[in-house]
Design a protein around this ligand. Sequence first.
Ligand code: ZN
Length: 305
Amino acid sequence: MKLEGIHHVTAITADAQDNVDFYAGVLGLRLVKKTVNQDDPSVYHTFFSDEEGNAGSDITFFEFPGAPLGRAGDGMVHTVAWRVASAAALDFWAGRIAANGIEAERDGDVLRFADPEGLAHELRVSDVADPPLSARHPEIPAEHALQGFDAVRAYAAAPEHSEGLLAELGFEGSGGSWESRGAIRGGWIHYDEPPPAPGLQGAGTVHHVAWASTPEEHEQWRAKVAAGGARPTPVIDRFYFRSIYFREPSGVLFEIATLGPGFDVDEPAEHLGEKLSLPPAYEHLRPQVEANLKPITSPRQRAAG
Ligand code: ZN
C-alpha cells in the first residue's frame, strides 16, 4: 500500500479575486472549483489545478477577507515546488514572472518566487516519468506549463521526530527528505531549518498538505496513521474527495485524501469552476450564501465574455 504523492496543498488568501488573477492568470492553472469553506460557508474555498482537475496539481485556498499576512515558521510548509519540463521553461517563467512585477531568482534548475501575499514557490526542471498535469493558457506554450507538484518544503527543528510516522506511511527517504511514491505518482516533503521567529498562520501561508490515497485503501490509511503514533480525525466527506487529517510529529498538518470522486461530480467537466458550487447541505441557503460573497471570475471566463 503506497500513497500516490501529493494530492493537494491548501493555503490562505485575503483576497480571492487577486488570488485567482495570480494562480489562473499568471501561473496559468485552471480554476476548477469555486465553493465555500465547508466549516464556514460565508467564505470562499477555491481550487486550481491542471485541465482535468487531477490530484497532484491542485492548490486550493481558503479566503479570509482582509486577513493579515502570515509567515511560515517551525512546523509549517513554507514553499510549494512544481515541476516544469526544461531549462527553457524556467527561462520562460523567469520572464513571465518578472513581466508581472514579481521578483524571481534563478538557481540552476530551480526558479524561486513568491505570490503577491508572500507564499513561496519553486519551479524545478523534472526528469521523473510521472504523467505531466498541465492546464491550458493562451499565453503559456504547452511545453512550458506547470506539470504538477514535485514537493512541499516545511520547517522543522527536529525532522528526525517525523521519521517513524513517515516510514509507517510508506514514505522513503532519510534526513530531511522523504518521498511518497505510488503506482502512478510521487511527491516529496523536504524539511528545512526553521527561522527564529515563530510561524503565524495568515494570508500567504500554507494550511495543510494532502497526500493521495485510492478510495479503496483510505480506511486502512487511518489505521496506519494511528499505528504511526498520530491521531487521525474520522473520515470527513469533502464531497470531491474524502479526507482524514492529523498533525505529523514536526507539526505539519497532513491530510490523506481520496483520488476521486473528483470535481465533475456536481458540474460538467467543460464548465468547472465557473459557477459557485455548494455542498448539498448548503444548497437550500444559496441566496444568502451568494449574497455574502463578492463575485469572482477567472481570466478564462472573462476571455469567453
Ligand atoms: Zn485539504
